[in-house]
Design a protein around this ligand. Structure first.
Ligand SMILES: Cc1cc2nc3c(=O)[nH]c(=O)nc-3n(C[C@H](O)[C@H](O)[C@H](O)COP(=O)(O)OP(=O)(O)OC[C@H]3O[C@@H](n4cnc5c(N)ncnc54)[C@H](O)[C@@H]3O)c2cc1C
Length: 289
C-alpha cells in the first residue's frame, strides 16, 4: 500500500479515460465512495491513486433521449427516487432505489454507476435494471462502447476492466399498461436483503402475456429466471399459480449463498416467496401507473 495515495479529479471523460489508461493497476475510480470507503477502511483495498470522477459533467443527469432514458453514472439513489422521468417511465427502478439501505448518506452519495460496478450480490439496483433489460455505456481511452448490462456481468466481478468508466445506463421506458413489483426480504430493519426480486408483467385481458423476473441477494449475481417461467405465460394469476411460480423460482436457484443474511436452503425457499410476491404486485399494478 502506498502510504500517500495520490488524488486526481479530471474534468472531462476523455481526461479521465486517458488518465486511467496511463496509470498502474493500483488506481481506482471513486464516485460517491459509499462502497469504496468502507472497503478501504476494512483494508480490503489499498489504492495508490484515486481518480475522482465527480466533476465530469458527461456522467451527470437523467434525460429522455431517442426513445430511451439515459441515466448518467453519477446519478445518486435519491435522484432515482425523485426524478420525474424515472418515476413516470421507470417506476420499478425509482422504487428499488427507495429500498437501498444505509440511510441519507448512502441515498445522497451512492451512485447508480458505483452500485452497478460493485456487482454486489446483496444490492438492490441490479435486479430491476436486469428486469428492464438495461444497457450500459462504457468509456476507455479507446472510445465508448455500449453493451447489455447482462453481458458485462461475470461470476466474480463486472466485465468492465480497471481502465473503464461506466458512463450511462440506458433503459427503454416501461410501456403503458406494464405492471411492476420489487420485493425485498430482510432479517432485520438495517440488514441487507436475504432475497429480493424484481418483476415486470404485461397482461392480455386477465392473462399474463409477458413475464420477467430477476432474483437477487440469493446467489453470487442476480439470476434472470424469466426463461424458466414460460409455462406461466398465457395463464391467469391466482394464489395457486403464485404458489407454483414460487416453487419454480426456488427450483431455478442453483448454489444459493449462505452468509450473515441466512442459510442457503432458506434463501432458496425465500427466492420463490419474494418472486411470487413481486409478480403478484406487478399483476396488481397493470394499468394503474
Ligand atoms: C451502510 C451502507 C448500506 C448500504 N446498503 C445498501 C443496500 O441496502 N442496497 C444497495 O443496493 N446498496 C447499499 N449500499 C451500497 C451503496 O448503495 C452503493 O455502494 C452505492 O451505490 C455505490 O456507489 P458509489 O458511487 O458510492 O460507489 P464508489 O464507492 O465510489 O465506487 C464503488 C466501486 O465502483 C467503482 N466505480 C464507481 N463508479 C464507477 C464508474 N462510473 N465507472 C467505473 N467504475 C466505477 C469504484 O472504482 C469502486 O470499485 C450500502 C452502502 C453502505 C455504506
Amino acid at each position: 500500500m502506498s502510504l500517500h495515495p495520490q488524488f486526481a479529479r479530471p474534468r472531462t471523460l476523455d481526461q479521465a479515460a486517458d488518465l486511467l489508461s496511463g496509470l498502474a493497476s493500483g488506481a481506482v475510480v471513486i464516485a460517491g465512495g459509499q462502497e469504496l470507503t468502507p472497503s478501504i477502511n476494512y483494508g480490503h483495498l489499498m489504492p495508490s491513486v484515486y481518480v475522482d470522477i465527480g466533476a465530469i459533467r458527461e456522467l451527470k443527469g437523467i434525460k429522455a433521449d431517442d426513445g430511451e432514458i439515459a441515466i448518467g453514472a453519477l446519478t445518486v439513489h435519491r435522484d432515482l427516487q425523485n426524478n420525474e422521468i424515472v418515476q413516470s417511465d421507470l417506476p420499478l427502478l425509482a422504487h428499488a432505489a427507495t429500498q437501498v439501505g444505509g440511510g441519507w448518506q448512502v441515498h445522497n452519495r451512492g451512485t447508480i454507476g458505483g452500485n452497478i460496478v460493485c456487482m454486489h450480490p446483496l444490492y438492490d439496483i441490479l435486479p430491476s435494471l436486469l428486469a428492464l433489460k438495461a444497457d450500459v455505456e462504457i468509456a476507455t481511452a479507446g472510445g465508448v462502447r455500449r453493451a447489455a448490462l447482462a453481458e458485462i456481468m461475470t461470476e466474480t466481478s463486472h466485465g468492465l476492466g480497471s481502465e473503464a468508466i461506466l458512463t450511462r445506463v440506458l433503459v427503454t421506458p416501461m410501456p403503458a399498461g406494464t405492471g411492476w413489483g420489487y420485493e425485498k426480504l430482510k432479517i432485520t430493519a438495517g440488514a441487507y436483503g436475504s432475497a429480493n426480486a424484481a418483476a415486470v408483467v404485461s397482461l392480455t385481458g386477465p392473462k399474463i402475456s409477458n413475464l420477467r423476473v430477476v432474483i437477487g441477494a440469493v446467489t453470487a449475481l442476480p439470476v434472470d429466471v424469466s426463461a424458466g417461467l414460460a409455462e406461466f405465460v398465457g395463464r391467469e394469476w391466482s394464489a395457486s399459480l403464485g404458489q407454483a411460480l414460487a416453487e419454480r423460482c426456488s427450483a431455478l436457484i442453483a448454489e444459493p449463498l449462505s452468509d450473515h443474511q441466512g442459510h442457503g436452503d432458506w434463501r432458496r425457499a425465500m427466492a420463490g416467496v419474494v418472486a411470487a410476491r413481486a409478480v403478484a404486485a406487478a399483476v396488481g399494478r397493470v394499468g394503474k401507473d
